[in-house]
Design a protein around this ligand. Structure first.
Ligand code: DC
Length: 230
C-alpha cells in the first residue's frame, strides 16, 4: 500500500500527540513528536545555563547547537516513544514545568528551527510517517498528503496537561498550567519564524467535546479517505 506523510498541527496540549501516536501504531507508521525536539533543546540550554534574565543567550546557544543530538527510542515495557538527548532518556524531564516555561522562547530562534526542521525532513524521506507539531503542514512537509489542524478550548487543554502530569506523578498546579498554555498559544501564533497557523489545505478538528476514542476513529477515517484516492 502507498505510504504517505501525515502532518498534525495545533495548539499546545490539545491531544495532538495522543491521536498521532495512536494512528501511527494502528497503521504501522513512524511517529515523531517535534515538540519533544524543541523541549530537548530547551533542557540542554537550561542545563548549560544558556539563559540570561530568563531569555536564551542566542550566541552561546548558536555555538552549542552542533553538540545537541536528539533521537527517539521505544520504552521496552510500554512501547511508548522515549526522547533521548545525547543518548540520555529525558522523556519525563522535558514534560515538566521548567522546560514548558522556557520552550516557546527557544522555539522562536531561527537557527534552532532550521536545525530541527532539517532533521524532521530527513525522517520523512521514506514516508510512512505521522509527525505532530506547529509547522509540520506549513513548513516541514508543505506537500504532506494529509494535514490536520487541531484545536480545543484553553481550559480543556490545561486540564488534560494537568491530568497527564498527575498520572506521571509530577507535581502540578492547574492555574499555573492554564497560564502557561495561554502564554504559549500567544507566543506560538505571534512569532516571526514559522508561526502556528492552519495550512490552507489542512482539515480542522475541534476536539473540545470529543472522547479519545471518537477522535481516534475520526482520524482513521481521514487517513482511509486519502489512502483510497492515493
Ligand atoms: O507540543 P509541545 O507543547 O510539546 O511543544 C513545545 C513547544 O515547542 C511549544 O511551545 C511550541 C514549540 N513547537 C514548535 O514551535 N514547533 C513545532 N513543530 C513543535 C513544537
Amino acid at each position: 500500500m502507498k505510504k504517505i506523510i501525515i502532518a498534525i498541527d495545533g495548539y499546545s496540549s490539545c491531544g495532538k500527540s495522543t491521536m498521532a501516536k495512536d494512528l501511527a501504531k494502528e497503521i504501522n507508521y513512524i511517529y515523531v513528536d517535534t515538540g519533544a525536539m524543541y523541549r530537548a533543546v530547551t533542557l540542554y540550554a537550561l542545563r548549560k545555563s544558556l539563559f540570561i534574565d530568563n531569555q536564551p543567550n542566542i550566541s552561546a546557544l548558536n555555538g552549542e547547537i552542533k553538540n545537541i543530538n536528539i533521537s527517539f527510542s521505544l520504552n521496552p515495557q510500554t512501547g511508548a516513544p522515549v526522547t533521548l538527548l545525547n543518548g540520555e532518556d529525558v522523556e519525563n524531564e522535558i514534560r515538566g514545568m521548567e522546560v514548558s516555561s522556557y520552550v516557546s522562547a527557544i522555539a522562536t530562534i531561527d537557527f534552532v528551527r532550521s536545525f530541527l526542521v532539517e532533521q524532521q525532513q530527513q525522517m520523512g524521506k521514506e514516508k510512512g510517517l505521522v509527525m505532530d507539531g506547529r509547522d509540520i503542514g506549513t513548513v516541514v512537509f508543505p506537500k504532506a498528503e494529509l494535514k490536520i489542524f487541531v484545536t480545543a478550548s484553553a481550559k480543556v487543554r490545561a486540564q488534560r496537561r494537568y491530568d497527564e502530569l498527575k498520572n506521571k506523578g509530577v507535581a502540578a498546579d492547574f492555574n499555573e498550567i492554564l497560564n502557561n498554555v495561554q502564554e504559549r498559544d500567544y507566543i506560538d501564533s505571534h512569532r516571526e519564524v514559522a508561526p502556528l497557523r492552519k495550512a490552507d489545505d489542512a482539515i480542522e478538528l475541534d476536539n473540545t467535546n470529543l472522547t479519545l476514542h471518537e477522535q481516534k476513529e475520526w482520524l482513521l477515517e481521514r487517513y482511509k479517505d486519502v489512502i483510497e484516492k492515493a
